[in-house]
Design a protein around this ligand. Structure first.
Ligand code: NAD
Length: 486
């Protein structure tokens, strides 16, 4: 059985306490690995290593050398592609095509794109008049912010962790990563890549462990950490913000969502069904940008519900390696219980269960896995818990609407504001609705189509700040002004 260690100062190290925790497979609940559980000692050691690297070799590296090293990291991930895919598949149980075509390639791209941004971004200058007529010249310089604490979730572990590590390192920072306790493998494996391409020890550190009263919380409270970038639940964001307030540490938050999908009667029907299906059920609904509230214009409502139901009932459950399987389990038994409790709540609240609503019958050892059925409800008011709260499972509620104004009000009537997907062939309407929905990211006739140069982040309780392209520089660098009297 695998032992997954911390990666501190360029070496794989066990916990001083010798404490470990179990990582079990989502597919069948079998033990996959023992993971070292980090505490204060490991966080202290990782932060100290990150500080030393920042003040030493890494801090002295030219931008050109740093950029080429990050390209080498991306190339080495690509060379070890099969290892990353296998590690991510084991941890998440998700279908091979999702991991091999989306999650792992994006992990490599996250190093290249931000290296290129840093190489090409201009800085500003201002010439000013002075009373004595000599004038002055101002120019700004970007400096790394320092030691960055990276706290990441389990739903697309490698993609989401590198989305933060890539820009942090490109800007010249060093990092201490606390990956989710559910998905320790790819963060650990990345340490091998860093060593293979000669990234100095201490630049990339990983402390395994949990959140509250564990490695995660100790990292957010650490005096030696200059900023925290976090992706996860809104509730956890509140706890991290409180902890970071102590040291006035900057935070960047990518939080939860309860995203609306809006389907107009003039949409390309089949394309809209397929788009909503993907947005609600890809990765077994464990996508922050996923659609859990669907609003369909009344003339096509019944036809749309029937088509989405048929699509759900055609999913092929299976292991990542099973040919043709396109639907995996939830991440853990705990998450399965949470999702099933929402399935029960929907019924108690009076929902019509269009399809699903329980657990599938799985063969052999898979019967022990964290499987739930893709589920569709109709007939609930907006006040119902399953329409209001983020479930983070393969489920959605579908409601009819009659006008553009009505659907914008419905879409905006939620505390989250991460993303919306709009399906229409009316260009004017697409622009109007996109301008009216209170979210950070809007897709029209598409979903999950990402250009990494664009700003990414949530409105309302879905986040603070934007990452992506040059926007990441706002968080990962300190912009300083120099004023020279001429
Ligand atoms: P989570 O908040 O439970 O955990 C995320 C990470 O935070 C884990 O590493 C966990 O150990 C750590 N953590 C938990 N409590 C902590 C604390 N008190 N102090 C420090 N660290 C702590 O989230 P999750 O269940 O892993 O992920 C699912 C959530 O993430 C969903 O809400 C989803 O919408 C959100 N998410 C958002 C985005 C986005 O870009 N907005 C992307 C992916 C996931």
């Amino acid at each position: 059985m695998q032992q997954i260690r911390h990666f501190i100062n360029g070496s794989y190290t066990p916990s001083a306490s010798a404490k470990t925790f179990e990582k079990r497979s989502p597919l069948n609940n079998q033990l996959l690995a023992q993971v070292d559980e980090g505490g204060q000692a490991e966080v202290d050691a990782a932060v100290a290593a990150a500080r030393t690297a920042l003040d030493g070799d890494w801090g002295r590296l030219s931008t050109e050398k740093r950029v080429s090293m990050l390209h080498a990291v991306a190339d080495e991930i690509t060379r070890r592609f099969d290892d990353f895919v296998a590690a991510e598949e084991a941890d998440t149980g998700q279908p091979h095509h999702v991991i091999a075509h989306a999650f792992v390639p994006r992990g490599a791209a996250n190093f290249k794109i931000f290296a290129d941004v840093v190489k090409n971004v201009p800085t500003e200058t201002f010439q000013m008049d002075t009373p004595d007529g000599r004038g002055a010249l101002n120019y700004s310089v970007r400096k790394p912010k320092g030691v960055i604490g990276v706290i990441s979730p389990w739903n697309a572990p490698f993609l989401l962790m590198t989305w933060k590590v890539g820009p942090a390192l490109a800007c010249g920072n060093t990092v201490v990563v606390k990956p989710s306790e559910e998905t320790p493998a790819t963060a650990a494996l990345l340490g091998e890549v860093m060593n293979a391409v000669g990234v100095p020890p201490g630049v990339y550190n990983v402390v395994q462990g949990f959140g509250p009263d564990s490695a995660g919380e100790f990292l957010t409270r650490h005096d030696g950490v200059d900023a925290i970038t976090f992706t996860g639940e809104t509730r956890t964001g509140t706890a991290i913000m409180k902890a970071s307030a102590e040291g006035i540490r900057d935070v960047s938050f990518e939080l939860g969502g309860k995203n609306a999908g809006i389907v107009f009667a003039d949409s390309g029907f089949d394309e809209a069904v397929e788009g909503i299906f993907r947005s609600a059920f890809m990765n077994t609904g464990q996508v922050c940008l996923g659609t859990e509230r669907v609003y369909v214009e009344r003339p096509i409502f019944d036809r749309f519900v029937a088509a989405l139901k048929a699509r759900c009932e055609a999913v092929k459950y299976g292991r990542p390696s099973d040919a043709g399987s396109n639907y995996g389990p939830l991440i853990s038994q705990e998450h399965k219980q949470k999702v099933l409790s929402y399935y029960a709540k929907a019924v108690a609240e009076g929902a019509t269960v269009v399809t699903g609503g329980g657990m599938p019958k799985m063969p052999g050892d898979l019967a022990e896995g964290a499987w739930v059925q893709p589920t569709i409800w109709t007939g609930l008011p907006e006040t119902a818990a399953v329409v209001r709260e983020e479930i983070f499972g393969p489920c959605c509620h579908i409601r009819p609407f009659d006008s553009e104004e009505e659907v914008v009000a419905l879409a905006n009537g939620n505390r989250y504001g991460l993303s919306t997907t709009i399906w229409t062939t009316n260009l004017g309407r697409a622009h109007r609705v996109a301008a009216s929905v209170d979210v950070g990211i809007t897709w029209v006739n598409s979903w999950f189509l990402r250009d990494l140069r664009t700003p990414f982040g949530g409105s309302k309780q879905s986040g603070i700040g934007r990452e992506g392209g040059v926007h990441s520089l706002e968080f990962y660098t300190e912009l300083r002004n120099v004023c020279i009297k001429l």
